[in-house]
Design a protein around this ligand. Structure first.
Ligand code: AHR
Length: 502
């Protein structure tokens, strides 16, 4: 039996959890929008063509914010193409994903969909092929109450009230050579600064997110953040981070250790933000927006074949990773990592939400179902709100191909406003159970109210339309003695502790 210990104290709070860490992302890519969110004529479509079965799954996830409309797509996008009468909207080549964008679904539709999904919009502007002028114009179109050409155009297009979008991304992955209009850190820092300045002059209430590195593997990682932030620190509020992991060599222990890399990515970006703050003698702290994260690798080969078959197609089934049980474990570990860094990570967007590397899958004309990764996300979003407690956890360690001293048990804990504590814990050991001792100190007597376990004997098990419940969490008997709880081998666990009544 593996061993781990977690010390929890109500006075040792890391930070209030910003609920936006449980956000997601929708890009005009593949079937995320078309036959994902939007499928007029589908038996489940509402009067606007939004799939009600998808909306239901999104609402159950309780997604507080959704980034839109890209991604790489945004760097060639004209926001004006996506508003006004649908029949007049242009069809355009999307150079990012080598497809054709019909613009049948656009800005107004997305804002309406977001209202129905109970989520906030995080809107990305194009700083690849366009610049500060167009960026500030879309802010005026969306947020200005009226009486100007752009705000009155919004009204004419059907939205009397402003959309009041608060969160704005200043481009996407501008460090990547694959990006349309990619830039050096200095070029981007200057452009982001001017764009953010004009956007904030247009609406003083908005917050802006500057592009950080697309991955820890970028050669420019570190230098990019320092140079870029030196140019735009005063006008931005968050730095974005993007990180995807894969298991192409079928090395599950190493794959499950990848969240260590995410933790060090976050800590490094925090250090650089604070170094620039020091250099500038600034009183302001820039926080982090992990606005793309997930597992992504299953669909790579399949996508190459698709492009050969259907060049410049629309709504192609691109990036349709079918997630297995081990992917759900890594997603759980990434959520634990985010919670353990809740003092600086204020926004998180799993990429993406529907069909494209997504927790929710649909079949055109058919059903919608939850992939394996849906479950840790849903449980973290539902029970992970409140105060993230200081992560004092000691565990047996293990070594993997690329990581040493990897904790066998990784865990985070959140104290909610009703005094309940939720512990999220993953046992990385694929064969042995782990005994987790919870030292609850100043909490007094706590009772283990419930213990939910996500486990499957086959780490490659998946959910399908025909078998949607193959991998899903199940309640096990809530058994805790002397603070000891058993976590099965290869498992994601949600332990709900409530104060014992006197
Ligand atoms: O989420 C898929 C793509 O991954 C996004 O368009 C891009 O930002 C990233 O490289």
């Amino acid at each position: 039996m593996r061993k781990a210990k977690m010390i929890l104290d109500r006075d040792y709070v890391l930070s209030r959890v910003d609920k936006r860490i449980f956000g997601s992302f929708i890009e005009h890519l593949g079937r995320a929008v078309y036959t994902g969110l939007f499928e007029p004529g589908h038996p489940q479509a509402d009067e606007e063509g939004f799939r009600k079965d998808v909306l239901k799954l999104v609402r159950t996830l309780d997604v507080p914010v959704v980034r839109y409309p890209g991604g790489n797509f945004v760097s060639g996008f004209n926001w004006e193409d996506s508003v006004g009468p649908r029949e007049k909207r242009p069809r355009r080549l999307d150079l990012a994903w080598k497809t054709t964008e019909t613009n049948a679904f656009g800005l107004h539709e997305f804002c309406s969909w977001a209202g129905k999904a109970g989520t906030e919009v995080m809107y990305a502007v194009n700083l690849g092929t366009r610049g500060p002028k167009e960026a500030r114009e879309v802010v005026e179109y969306c947020n200005h109450p009226g009486g100007t050409a752009l705000s009155d155009l919004r009204k004419k297009n059907g939205a009397k009230d402003p959309f009041n979008i608060r969160l704005w991304c200043l481009g996407n992955e501008m460090d990547g050579p694959w990006q349309m209009g990619s830039k050096t850190a200095y070029e981007y820092g200057r452009t982001a600064n001017e764009a953010a300045k004009l956007m904030k002059w247009t609406d003083t209430t908005i917050e802006t997110v500057a592009c950080g590195s697309s991955s820890t593997e970028m050669k420019t990682f570190g230098e990019w953040e320092y140079t870029m932030l030196s140019e735009c620190y005063d006008n931005i509020d968050y730095v974005s981070l993007h990180r995807y992991y894969g298991n192409p060599h079928n090395d599950t222990p190493d794959f499950l250790a990848s969240s260590i890399n995410l933790d060090s990515f976050i800590r490094t970006v925090v250090s650089i933000c604070d170094a620039v703050k020091g250099k500038k003698h600034s009183g302001k702290t820039v926080n982090l927006s992990l606005d793309e994260w997930n597992v992504w690798y299953h669909s790579n080969q399949q996508d190459q074949e698709l492009y050969k078959r259907e060049p410049w197609g629309s709504a192609l089934p691109l990036l349709e990773d079918v997630y297995n049980f081990e992917d759900a474990l890594l997603v759980g570990l990434m959520l634990i990592t985010i919670l353990k860094n809740a003092d600086r990570v204020k926004i998180g967007c799993i990429a993406q939400l529907v069909n494209v590397i997504a927790p929710i899958m649909t079949r055109a004309g058919g059903g919608a179902w939850a992939q394996t990764i849906y479950w840790p996300l849903m449980q973290a979003s539902r029970y992970g709100r409140g105060f993230s407690l200081l992560p004092q956890c000691a565990s047996d360690l293990m070594d993997t191909t690329h990581y040493s001293d990897v904790p066998v048990v990784d865990a985070a804990a959140v104290l909610d406003d009703r005094g309940a504590v939720t512990v999220f814990a993953v046992n990385r050991d694929l064969k042995e159970g782990a005994e987790l001792t919870l030292d609850l100190r100043a909490f007094g007597t706590m009772r283990l109210e419930s213990h939910s376990v996500l486990h499957h004997d086959d780490v490659k098990a998946v959910n399908t339309e025909e078998n949607p419940d193959n991998v899903r969490p199940r309640d096990v008997p809530a058994y805790m003695e002397d603070g000891k709880v058993i976590l099965p081998a290869a498992s994601w666990n949600v332990l709900r502790l409530i104060p014992e009544k006197p």
